[in-house]
Design a protein around this ligand. Sequence first.
Ligand code: ASP
Length: 304
Amino acid sequence: MVHGGAGALDNVRDNKTALRYLESIRTIVEHGRNVMELGGSALQAVEACASLLEDDPVFNAGCGSVLNENGKVELDAAIMDGRDLSAGAVAAVGNIANPVQLARLVMTKSEHVMLISEGAMRFADHCGMERVPEDYFYTPDRVEQLHQARLRHKVMLDHDDSDDDSEDQKYGTIGAIARDPEGNLAAATSTGGIVNKRMGRVGDSPIVGAGVYADNETCAVSATGFGEDFMRTVISKTISDFMLMKGMDANQATEAGIAYLTRKLRGRGGVIVIDQHGNCASGFTTKKMIHGWIEKGGETHCSF
Ligand code: ASP
């Protein structure tokens, strides 16, 4: 399963842009299938899918990320392997085209789970990862979006759908989760965060248990939405716990997780979930969430 952010795509529905989102989601989820058909693991599949989503400028991750209060990108990403709960994350990094790949290196080549900012960049240099110039990330849409947020004196989801008069209802943050034929689960989430965020703000996406989680005993989860709500409800681990402690399947646990998010905080966003048996589920409190999935090797589905 992959997602391209929770929110509404109403104002671009039925035009070329909407089709672009869908086409990208479909192509990328099918790429994930190919990776695993060729013998790749769930971990390889989610890293490959998340990288492709980061490369597509329509999504709020990697190239095309939203801008912070200083007009800069600060990127967060994480990846987790359900086989042994190993995880890697980076936060507030710039100049890295694929933060999810840096997160994977943190997981495999360091003794840590998370590196941030300058320390993460030094680690990237140490690993020989190429730095890209800042203008690699900028798109005219993102500059305009920051301008609008500043005018309204607010921070916004890339795809904010809370205001009826919202002009900007695009999708954003990306995530990929997979279960491979061996039954291994993996999850990855990557984002530019929220528009006009404070410098140094880190959201849920790189936080294990909040924006990302994978455990072979339960499920793989990737979240999207207002990170502060997801950190406070530890939403991804909460969904996993519903399975572990209450024996729920993907649909039941997702429904229970979304109900908890709503009851406690009226939290805004959504999740994609695959359980240990390969059942796929999604849930969101925004109008929509763009996502695609292939359940148990079946047909490709997309929804937005
Ligand atoms: N969850 C992300 C964050 O708060 C934003 C999003 O999903 O669009 O950084």
